[in-house]
Design a protein around this ligand. Structure first.
Ligand code: PHE
Length: 334
């Protein structure tokens, strides 16, 4: 029984093993129940006692050496496999891919667009940088009109500004399209407001415009009530509060009964039971004239609401700035 020969042979094979399977086969071949070394140990009893002690000690030492070599080789092979890109361990637990989230404002805007589209409105885009003419003059805000102060403006130069409202899209659209028409115009608007929980210098509005023959306030009420009903998923009480805008006459602001307390009065609605939702009114004849429409032939309604406010109400978010910060702890909740 040549233990030395067995050792040389075993070590050579173990060091040459290229993968875990080969290694396991060798483990069985040498250390298994019927393995070569086990056979040696079994045969010990046939030897004379002197030789038995020597051979036994050598065989046991070899057993330990082979076992530790096998362990070492296993670790080496695993390390190589982990480093190589081709290794796919199909038994490893999977990692869930991190999916991005839509901003809640995008979610609501999509819903708003969907609702108006189903009511026959087209969704159109307009320019964020505009002229004093479209943002003010064409909408019946002459130079030095006090109502300009309602909207603190970022001016680029004397003529060019960042739009303070989406309303300039009314004239821009009507200049290029003939009535009848139904459009909504979502987009960013800009005002020189200090940023706080309910104000940002950049926010979103959705403008609406419907022009046809014989359009009245009743049409406006029907459209806007249907919109709120679908958006909030239930009948909401609405009232039109008289208001003033230079480009609508009459002007009003639709309020809806507070969606938080169902009109009973709470912190959100400042105990009035009502939430201000939009500015609106019947298109002023001056605006039709700016766009080249005859005010004797056409009537229409227009409205503009703050999208951010709607999002805050729908999701009960108490700080508008959260919508802009890109904080994943916030965004991942939607
Ligand atoms: N543009 C107005 C605002 O920003 C809202 C409005 C739009 C009012 C359309 C009437 C008609 O306050």
């Amino acid at each position: 029984m040549d233990i030395k020969k067995l050792r040389d042979e075993a070590l050579k094979e173990l060091l040459g093993a290229k993968n875990l399977e080969e290694l396991e086969k060798l483990e069985i071949k040498y250390l298994g129940r019927k393995g070569a070394l086990t056979e040696v140990l079994k045969q010990l009893k046939e030897l004379s006692s002197e030789i038995r002690v020597q051979v036994g000690a050598a065989a046991n030492q070899l057993k330990h050496e082979l076992a530790s070599t096998i362990e070492r080789r296993k670790k080496e092979i695993k390390a190589v496999l982990q480093d190589s890109k081709e290794w796919v361990d199909i038994s490893a637990p999977g990692h869930k891919l991190a999916k991005g989230h839509l901003n809640p404002r995008t979610l609501i805007l999509r819903r708003v667009e969907e609702i108006f589209q189903s009511l026959g409105f087209s969704v159109i885009d307009s320019t964020e940088m505009d002229t004093d003419y479209y943002n003010f003059q064409a909408l019946n805000f002459p130079k030095d009109h006090p109502a300009r102060d309602m909207q603190d403006t970022f001016y680029i130069n004397e003529e060019v500004l960042m739009r303070t409202q989406t309303s300039p899209s009314q004239v821009r659209f009507m200049e290029k399209h003939n009535p009848p028409l139904r459009v909504i115009v979502p987009g960013k608007v800009f005002r020189r407001d200090a940023s706080d929980a309910t104000h940002e210098s950049q926010f979103y509005q959705v403008e609406g415009l419907m022009v046809d023959k014989n359009i009245s306030v009743a049409n406006f009420k029907a459209v806007i009530a249907e919109f709120f009903k679908r958006l909030f998923g239930k009948e909401v009480k609405m009232r039109l509060r008289p208001s003033y805008f230079p480009f609508t006459e009459p002007s009003f602001e639709p309020d809806i009964s507070c969606t938080f307390c169902d009109g009973k009065g709470c912190k959100i609605c400042k105990n009035t039971g009502w939430l201000e939702m939009a500015g609106a009114g019947m298109v002023h004849p001056f605006v039709f004239k700016s766009a080249g429409y005859s005010p004797y032939e056409w009537q229409g309604f227009a409205f503009g609401f703050g999208l951010d406010r709607l999002v805050m109400m729908k999701y009960k978010i108490n700080d508008m700035r959260l919508l802009n910060f890109g904080d994943l702890r916030f965004l991942k909740q939607f």
